[in-house]
Design a protein around this ligand. Structure first.
Ligand SMILES: CC(C)(COP(=O)(O)OP(=O)(O)OC[C@H]1O[C@@H](n2cnc3c(N)ncnc32)[C@H](O)[C@@H]1OP(=O)(O)O)[C@@H](O)C(=O)NCCC(=O)NCCS
Length: 145
């Protein structure tokens, strides 16, 4: 498994994985728009020619918001998401980011465990944050020196 930056051609595969991994997937258009933003840091996990996972964050000054991290079901529990998070964190730190934020569905135990094991802590709940009425837990990690 290797981590590299997204290419524009990756966006088809990423949009397809979004549909497999999320109830409220980002569309091709949303992903493409984000890809072209200068403040986006986006990493793909690839094995041979196959895109097996991806993650991206959006930088705003000393803070960054981890937008999505996802791994294809058949490649889970092999440390791919943990590696993606580490890569995103390193890239964000190199841009001067000091704090990473993210929102996670309160029902998403695998993701919450991943983030806790990666050094994030839960801060507060955003009630009915998602379109279907589910709450989000906001998690934070301080990074860099
Ligand atoms: C959450 C997700 C990204 C994890 O990807 P992954 O590559 O399987 O995660 P990793 O193998 O790097 O796991 C790292 C740690 O997270 C925890 N974890 C991950 N998946 C877990 C699960 N299903 N159950 C319990 N703990 C889990 C474990 O502590 C794991 O370490 P371990 O395997 O040594 O015990 C993946 O399940 C996924 O794509 N889910 C759908 C999309 C999603 O919900 N993304 C998060 C949105 S906020």
């Amino acid at each position: 498994m290797e981590l590299r930056k997204w290419t524009y051609e990756d966006i088809y595969a990423i949009a397809a994985l979004e549909k497999v991994c999320f109830r409220d997937p980002w569309t091709y258009r949303m992903l493409a728009d984000t890809f072209f933003q200068e403040n986006t840091v986006a990493l793909a996990a690839v094995e041979g020619n196959e895109l097996i996972g991806y993650g991206f964050l959006v930088v705003a000054g000393e803070d960054a918001d981890v937008a999505n991290v996802a791994v294809a079901p058949q490649h889970r529990r092999r440390g791919v998401a943990r590696a993606l998070l580490r890569g995103l964190e390193e890239a964000a730190a190199a841009r001067g980011v000091k704090r990473l934020f993210l929102e996670v569905r309160v029902s998403n135990a695998p993701a919450m465990l991943l983030y806790l094991r990666s050094g994030f802590t839960g801060r507060y709940v955003r009630p009915r944050y998602y379109g279907d009425g589910e709450d989000a837990l906001v998690m934070v990690k301080t990074i860099g020196a």
